[in-house]
Design a binder for this molecule. Structure first.
Ligand SMILES: Cc1cc2nc3c(=O)[nH]c(=O)nc-3n(C[C@H](O)[C@H](O)[C@H](O)COP(=O)(O)O)c2cc1C
Length: 230
């Protein structure tokens, strides 16, 4: 393994990977859709979710004035649309119309919902907090819908067409692959059971003991050197 130091801003991209949402809004006779990756669950009771939006985005004003928004979860077939929606501003064009995407009415908010997506969350605006150079819009979840093929308690990931889209950064996207189901087993002593045979465990414990001894020896050598230098 080769470690290398990165820029503080790279920490933001290291955190990328959650599903992309298309934030849709309606204010008076205007609609808009903007991809967002800076999103987060915030509370279970009441159910609150957060979307972090730069004040330069048209969506910022649309959310502020309409006091509501919807999250639409695209799958891989909307990769190009997602990138396009993230490149132009709804201040100048009607992106949903230009993208030729069908929409349907939401139950509790005026924002349109995008037909080709695999899940939808309708929110009213609970709070808006200025954080650094962005605004955290806190949405109270009013209605949630998902396609049966896509989500049942968790994302299912069975059919590639129904896997949510993830954003890596720049123009790179991905969809999740296999589902790994964790099998949590503990030993009688309450530590994690790694599923080893007795022999494997003895070998591992022996190797760990040798490693501990080596570290202790190195520590002693270090102490001696320091004493000699002082
Ligand atoms: C995949 C993707 C994710 C993005 N995530 C965010 C985000 O979380 N917050 C944000 O303020 N801008 C984000 N952007 C940038 C906005 O989507 C972009 O500036 C967009 O054109 C704003 O549209 P609007 O002016 O119509 O609101 C993202 C862009 C892309 C392509």
């Amino acid at each position: 393994m080769t470690r290398r130091a990165l820029d503080p801003l790279d920490s933001l991209r290291l955190l990328n990977g959650g599903p992309v949402v298309l934030v849709t809004t309606r204010w008076r006779d205007q609609t808009d859709a903007m991809p967002a990756i800076w999103t987060t669950p915030l509370s279970r009771n009441p159910p609150l979710v957060g979307v972090v939006v730069n004040p330069s985005r048209h969506t910022h004003d649309m959310v502020r004035f309409s006091e509501e928004f919807a999250l639409n979860f695209p799958a891989g077939d909307l990769t190009d649309h997602t990138q396009y929606f993230g490149t132009v501003s709804g201040a100048h064009v009607n992106k949903i119309e230009l993208g030729k995407l069908a929409t349907f009415r939401a139950s509790k908010v005026e924002a349109p919902l995008i037909e080709n997506c695999v899940a939808w969350v309708e929110c009213s605006l609970e709070d808006a907090l200025r954080i650094g150079d962005h605004t955290l819009f806190v949405g109270r979840v009013l209605v949630v819908q998902a396609d049966k093929e896509a989500f049942d308690e968790t994302w299912l990931l069975k059919d590639p067409e129904y896997r949510p889209l993830h954003y890596l950064g720049v123009d790179r996207y991905s969809t999740l692959g296999d589902v790994l189901t964790a099998k949590l087993r503990t030993t009688d002593e309450g530590t994690i059971d790694l599923g080893e045979t007795k022999e494997e465990r003895e070998q591992r414990e022996e190797a760990e003991a040798l490693e501990r001894e080596r570290r202790e020896r190195e520590g002693e050598d270090e102490d001696e050197r320091e004493q000699e230098e002082s």
